[in-house]
Ligand binder design. Structure first.
Ligand code: FAD
Length: 313
């Protein structure tokens, strides 16, 4: 078992070794790769590519980017399009305004005028993502934060690293986002627990269990990071089209699909879209399955899932 820290959270990697295969030196390789991704995508590092891009206040100027940044922006563009703008990596000024960003908690509802003032600069389409690898701002003030998709990308890149080293059976996890390849030591499928989506639930309280095989898995939830005013809950997941935190009753959305980047981004998108539109999107996409949990007014949890989403408990 390999453990470490990255992206402000923890990671863990389980590798099933065969014969004389060992894992000597693998942790160092993983840490090097994750440090490289952070140098590109971390808004917590002032000299990262993404931080330098966010500081650029020029319209039309080409900003050359690395392949990592390019791949995640491309994935973001795709999820932004598929979700009708529900997923939007330029939403961070609103996340900050609502007190969920680096400006720190305020636990109060900002004035409508301040929300309205930010909306014109929110919109992933305000950035051109151009082959072979540069970005162009169409509005000087637009910024990008890939917190809701880059952990998934980190998971996929660690999985690719293990695959290239010849391992077949492994489980990679960063902050709860997961990719499972092959099978466990006992030749059964990898099993993943979905956290009970309640603010008072323990971090290891299991709500549902799913099996994964060569699939990515991610959950986005609003039950950990929120504040309440007059009994109304305001969470860190924002609808970029209104500027307000989502309030559609969805407390968690879990996605299973071929890669973890897509699963991570889609989980946030579905949480914003709500049950009906979220399930329609999931059903429209090949190889994507999802579970959406809604908390009813009386506190009861109700599950909505796509046809192929199988829980084993
Ligand atoms: P998710 O549900 O996956 O995503 C929620 C996040 O997405 C929100 O926090 C918000 O930023 C954003 N968001 C909200 N609404 C939308 C929307 N409609 N569309 C798209 N995005 C939206 N944290 C630290 O404390 N220290 C660090 O050094 C640090 N480094 C990081 C480096 C990288 C490369 C990344 C990707 C993240 C880093 N983080 C760091 C952030 C930390 O990992 C986050 O808390 C985490 O990414 C949020 O994940 P989540 O599972 O809580 O939320």
């Amino acid at each position: 078992m390999i453990f470490g820290r990255t992206m402000g959270t923890t990671y863990s990697v389980k590798v099933v070794t065969a014969g004389f295969q060992g894992i000597a030196g693998v942790k160092e390789k993983i840490d090097r790769r994750l440090a490289e991704i952070n140098r590109s995508l971390s808004t917590y590092q002032p000299d990262s590519e993404i931080s330098r891009f966010n500081r650029l206040k020029e319209v039309g100027r080409q900003f050359i980017i690395s392949n990592d940044f390019f791949q995640v922006m491309r994935a973001g563009q795709n999820i932004h399009r598929l979700s009708g703008g529900a997923w939007d990596g330029t939403v961070n000024p609103l996340v900050d305004l609502w007190g969920f960003g680096r400006r720190g908690r305020q636990d109060k509802v900002p004035p409508n005028s301040e929300i309205a003032a930010l909306l014109p600069d929110i919109g992933f389409a305000n950035i051109d993502v151009v082959n072979p690898g540069f970005l162009v701002k169409k509005r000087a003030a637009v910024t990008v934060d890939l917190s809701s998709i880059a952990k998934g990308y980190g998971v996929d890149e660690v999985a690719a690293l293990l695959r290239n080293l010849g391992y077949k059976d492994y489980l990679v996890e960063i902050g709860g986002e997961i990719f499972a390849a092959g099978q466990r030591q006992d030749n059964t499928r990898w099993r993943i627990g979905i956290n009970r989506p309640r603010a008072d639930a323990a971090f290891d309280a299991v709500y549902k269990v799913v099996e994964l095989r060569n699939q990515g898995f991610a959950t986005s939830g609003d039950y950990r990071n929120f504040f309440e005013v007059d009994g109304v809950r305001y969470s860190h997941v924002i609808d970029p089209r209104t500027g307000f935190p989502v309030s559609n009753g969805v407390v968690s959305a879990s996605i299973i699909t071929g890669d973890c980047t897509m699963a991570d981004g889609l989980a946030t998108a579905v949480l914003v879209m709500g049950v009906q539109k979220g399930l329609e999107l999931i059903d429209r996409l090949d190889g994507v399955e999802g579970l959406i949990v809604v908390e009813q007014k009386n506190g009861t949890l109700v599950d909505y899932h796509s046809k192929g989403f199988e829980v084993i408990n």
